[in-house]
Design a protein around this ligand. Structure first.
Ligand SMILES: Cc1cc2nc3c(=O)[nH]c(=O)nc-3n(C[C@H](O)[C@H](O)[C@H](O)COP(=O)(O)OP(=O)(O)OC[C@H]3O[C@@H](n4cnc5c(N)ncnc54)[C@H](O)[C@@H]3O)c2cc1C
Length: 461
């Protein structure tokens, strides 16, 4: 049992707020992005700075309290929260500092992708990350980080130069190619298993205005589109990327009324090469089969990266899973179309992220992220505002996954998984798994950081 004096001592040690179950704002503070998650932490420490993070890690360890780290809070299985434990909530730590000369961006551990885009765009720079601006840079980066710029510039981790972490013993270290090299290897794909990242230093790239947006085709053409897409992307210039999607057209602008509510397939494109060459790059796309809707055009990168924000606010029911695919065989394409046609609700979707190009120029053992030879990282998302539809969205996602998994490369992107067990985690890290365990043994032998896709240290297995 914790006595009040100990908690009070902890509370006054913080610059940020300590929120307990009896406090106003507790229910708001414990909300996950995914409304399917309903966890009741014992307390939430809104950390204002590194000192607060150190205090929180020490308090949890000394008082034997389980802890969770919350970055942007987007984890579908709710891994930023924990029942009856302490949440280290990094949401007040969202500072971003751009060095335009060095083309680097330092980002605090609780920042969102929108924070990073906003700061970097002012200098005509971008850090490769994801496709929704409210996602946390913390969880996204530590799992890998896939998005529109992946083919050209690699995963977010391929652009990570260093990170500051508070370790389980409360010490602060820098991990980079020259310091704590094994730790640096592990955090590039190994998730939040090794410590609380208080800041990341990224390499940035000169990307300002891209030629981007969705092109949609009728669902009857889905097999033909998928067949073409999987041939087209790998041979296309790395300036171009496109996420294939099954979707139900939202009932509002910019979508024309006659398409509202229709299940369709499409590709969300991003061309990050010279703008004057964009139309030419899009010629084969438009020639392949004139799309039923073509919304592609020039836009600032942050606009593209927040295009889908209104469709995915916090508070929706979300059930996700995913797999890597090396190729899409005829049988796999037919199955994707079978389930894509049955997309159960307006907000449910399937997305293919191309992860070839620059990702494949890094070896599969050079970072913890293993599936460097995969061409696609697919995610199936059952989503709806109404909990009454949970069974529908969960069973569609599971059945879709079960049907396609035999055609997959074996593992999945950790950031697209629910809580799917140790075998899935091992399948995802493959021959990097044992090295991750060894690093976990060194940096967190008691598994203080275990609310994540957990690499269990040997002593706790
Ligand atoms: C709408 C939506 C869109 C998405 N789009 C993409 C996309 O385009 N590309 C992509 O790659 N992924 C995408 N994802 C998946 C996303 O990468 C994961 O959900 C990721 O876990 C989100 O990180 P977070 O910090 O927001 O989450 P949180 O729930 O806060 O944390 C997730 C995990 O990361 C750990 N963690 C977070 N921050 C830190 C930190 N600073 N130090 C240590 N551990 C930390 C947490 O402990 C937890 O285990 C998307 C998710 C959603 C919901």
């Amino acid at each position: 049992m914790l006595d009040e004096a100990t908690v009070e001592q902890f509370r006054v040690s913080l610059r940020g707020e300590l929120i307990r179950s009896e406090d106003d704002g507790y229910d708001e503070a414990r909300k996950a992005y995914n409304a399917m998650i309903d966890k009741h932490p014992r307390m939430i420490a809104r950390c204002a700075d590194i000192a607060d993070v150190i205090s929180s890690v020490n308090f949890a360890r000394e008082n034997d309290i389980i802890l969770a780290i919350r970055g942007g809070g987007h984890s579908a299985p709710g891994l930023g929260l924990v029942d009856d434990g302490l949440v280290i909530d990094l949401s007040p730590m969202r500072g971003v500092r751009v060095d335009p000369q060095a083309r680097t961006v330092r980002v605090e551990g609780g920042a969102t992708l929108g924070d990073v885009d906003h700061a970097a765009h002012a200098f005509g720079l971008a850090v490769p990350a994801g496709i929704v601006s409210t996602t946390g840079i913390g969880g996204l980066t530590l799992g890998g980080g896939q998005g529109y710029l992946t083919r050209k510039y690699g995963l977010s981790i391929d652009n990570l130069l260093e990170a500051d972490l508070v370790l389980a013993d409360g010490s602060l270290v820098k991990a980079s190619e020259d310091e704590h090299e094994e730790l640096f290897w592990a955090i590039r794909g190994g998730g939040g298993n090794f410590g609380v990242v208080t800041s990341f230093l990224f390499r940035a790239h000169p990307v300002h205005t891209v030629y981007a947006g969705p092109t949609l085709w009728h669902i009857e053409q889905a097999e033909e589109v998928l067949r073409w897409y999987q041939q087209f992307i790998p041979q296309a210039s790395e300036d171009l990327s496109g996420l294939f999607a099954f979707l139900v057209v939202p009932p509002g602008p910019p979508f024309p009324e006659h398409l509202h509510g229709k299940t369709m397939c499409g590709v969300v494109w991003c061309y990050a090469g010279p703008l004057e060459e964009a139309e030419e790059a899009f010629r084969p796309i438009r020639q392949f089969s004139p799309p039923a809707l073509d919304l592609a055009g020039p836009m600032p990168l942050p606009t593209l990266n927040s295009l889908f924000d209104p469709l995915v606010p916090p508070g929706l029911q979300q059930y996700w899973t995913g797999d890597f695919f090396n190729e899409l065989s005829e049988e796999a394409i037919a199955l994707h179309v079978k389930y894509g046609e049955k997309t159960p609700t307006m907000l449910s979707t399937t997305l293919f992220f191309p992860i070839d190009g620059a990702v494949q120029r890094v070896g599969k053992n050079e970072t913890a992220f293993s599936y460097r030879e995969a061409t696609w990282s697919a995610t199936i998302n059952g989503v709806d505002p109404d909990p009454a539809n949970n069974e529908r969205i969960i069973s569609w996602t599971r059945e879709y996954f079960d049907a396609l998994h035999p055609y997959s490369a074996g593992g999945a992107y950790v950031n697209f998984m629910m809580d799917e067990g140790q075998d899935r985690i091992k399948a995802t890290y493959r021959d990097n798994f044992e090295r991750l365990v060894a690093i976990k043994n060194e940096y967190d032998p008691d598994n203080h950081f275990r609310i994540n896709q957990n690499i269990r240290p040997t002593a706790t297995v």
